[in-house]
Write a protein that binds this ligand. Structure first.
Ligand SMILES: NC(=O)c1ccc[n+]([C@@H]2O[C@H](COP(=O)([O-])OP(=O)(O)OC[C@H]3O[C@@H](n4cnc5c(N)ncnc54)[C@H](OP(=O)(O)O)[C@@H]3O)[C@@H](O)[C@H]2O)c1
Length: 256
C-alpha cells in the first residue's frame, strides 16, 4: 500500500521506536494521529510532524474504545505500544499481569478488530502493522508475561492476515531484536554479552514502512544471527533453553 496521502493511527508514539516510526511515516507523506499517555512527548512529535494527539491509556477499556471509534478516517493502524515490565515471579501481582496483557496484547487485538471491521464495511484499502519482538518467537528467563503477550500477538497477527487475504486490508508484524539509541531496551539496565549486535530505531521505522508498502507478513529487524536463533527456538525450544543457560541470558530479554 502506498503511504503518501494516508492517515496513520500510531500507538506508543511517545516512546523511542514510536517517535522514529512517526517521523518516518511523515517523511513518506502520511498524516498522523498519535496516541500514548505522556502528553509532553506526544506534543514534541506533534510539533515536528503536525500530528493530531489523542491521549489514551491502553489499560483503560473506555480509552481503547474511544481510539477505535476514531478509526473511520484512518487508513493505516500501527499498533506499536508495548511494555516490558516483567517482575520476579515471587513479586507478581494480578494488576501487573493485566497491565502487560492489556497494553501488549488485548488493546492491539481490540483496535485491529474494530479497524478491520470498519475497513471491510467501506471496502477501502488499509493496512495494520503490529510491532512484535523476537520475544514473540523465543522464550527467555524472567520475561514470561512479555513472551506470553508477544507470542500471542504474533499468533493473532499471522492468523488475521490469513482471514483478511483477498480483502483490501493488509496485515504485517514487525519483529525487532535489541534496539540501540532509544526505546525500552536502552531504558532498561540490561547489558548484552559482547558481540551481540543491535539495530536502530530508524531500522525499525524502515521495517514498518517496508511492511506497509510491500504487504509483507512478517518483517524482522535484527541481525541474521539473532533472527536465526529466534527462529530455531520456535522449533527446538529445549535446545534454545540449554544454549541460553550456557551463555547466561538470565536478566537479558530476547529483544525486549
Ligand atoms: N526497544 C527495543 O529494543 C524493542 C525490541 C523489540 C520490540 N520492541 C517493541 O517495540 C514497541 C515500542 O517499544 P519502545 O522501545 O519504543 O518502548 P518505549 O520507549 O518504552 O515506549 C513504549 C510506548 O508504549 C506506550 N505505552 C506503554 N504503556 C501504555 C499504556 N498503558 N497506554 C498507552 N500507551 C502505553 C508508551 O507510552 P506512554 O508511557 O506515554 O503511555 C510508549 O509510547 C513495543 O511494542 C516493544 O515491545 C522494542
Amino acid at each position: 500500500m502506498k503511504i503518501s496521502g494516508t492517515t496513520v493511527l500510531l500507538t506508543g508514539a511517545s516512546g523511542g521506536l514510536g517517535q522514529a516510526i512517526g517521523r518516518s511515516l511523515t517523511s513518506k507523506g502520511a498524516s498522523l494521529v498519535i496516541t500514548a499517555r505522556n502528553v509532553a512527548q506526544l506534543d514534541d512529535l506533534a510539533a515536528a510532524t503536525g500530528a493530531e494527539v489523542v491521549v489514551a491509556d491502553l489499560c483503560n477499556r473506555a480509552d481503547v474504545e474511544r481510539l477505535a471509534a476514531r478509526c473511520d478516517d484512518i487508513d493505516i493502524l500501527v499498533a506499536n505500544a508495548g511494555t516490558g515490565a516483567d517482575v520476579p515471579i515471587e513479586e507478581e501481582t494480578p494488576e501487573n499481569i493485566d497491565r502487560i496483557m492489556d497494553v501488549n496484547l488485548l488493546a492491539p487485538i481490540h483496535l485491529a478488530t474494530v479497524f478491520a471491521q470498519r475497513k471491510l464495511e467501506t471496502g477501502s484499502a488499509a493496512h495494520i502493522v503490529f510491532v512484535g519482538s523476537l520475544s514473540a518467537l523465543a522464550a527467555t528467563p524472567q520475561t514470561r508475561l512479555y513472551n506470553a503477550s508477544k507470542f500471542g500477538l504474533r499468533g493473532f497477527a499471522l492468523s488475521l492476515r490469513q482471514d483478511l487475504a483477498g480483502t483490501p486490508v493488509g496485515v504485517s508484524i514487525v519483529e525487532p531484536g535489541f534496539i540501540r539509541d532509544a526505546g525500552m531496551f536502552v531504558n532498561s539496565d540490561i547489558s548484552l554479552p559482547k558481540g551481540v549486535r543491535t539495530k536502530s530505531p530508524e531500522d525499525v521505522a524502515a521495517g514498518v514502512t517496508s511492511a506497509i508498502e510491500g504487504n509483507r507478513g512478517e518483517v524482522f529487524v535484527a541481525p541474521l544471527e539473532l533472527r536465526m536463533s529466534a527462529t530455531l527456538a520456535t522449533v527446538a525450544p529445549g535446545f534454545s533453553e540449554r544454549v541460553q543457560q550456557l551463555i547466561g541470558t538470565a536478566g537479558m530479554k530476547g529483544g525486549e
